[in-house]
Write a new protein. Structure first.
Length: 120
């Protein structure tokens, strides 16, 4: 089955972790990070670019934080929760801006975050 999904999705690797009751009940890793001569085998510490799939994870995380009372509203300023972030750079950016990608922040190739436009 693993090969079938890798072929279908044109991927060279898979990683699966199933958690139940805060315990890992199944882990499965296979393949390589790329199809080149310098490829690395997939392990538990492998990282993948999940692209747009992260929007679903982020939405679930924010919904759960609201449910648990960890945040009061998605219209709160994000700096309240990101104490180590640059206050001037984050400015009036809200959690809503972050989850709807209307935050106006960009990132350079070296990971430097900069303001492209005002949030909203």
């Amino acid at each position: 089955m693993d090969r079938k999904y890798k072929r279908k999705n044109h991927s060279s690797a898979t990683a699966l972790c199933i958690i139940k009751d805060n315990k890992i009940v199944l882990e499965h890793y296979s393949g390589y990070h790329s199809n080149t001569s310098t490829n690395k085998k997939v392990t538990a510490s492998s990282q993948f670019n999940v692209a747009s799939a992260r929007k679903s994870y982020l939405g679930l995380m924010v919904a759960y934080a609201l449910y648990e009372g960890k945040i009061n509203s998605i219209d709160e300023e994000a700096i309240k929760y990101f104490k180590d972030f640059d206050l001037v750079l984050l400015g009036k950016t809200t959690i809503r801006h972050l989850v709807t990608h209307s935050h106006g922040l960009g990132e350079t190739h070296d990971g430097t975050i900069f303001r492209e436009f005002e949030p909203g």
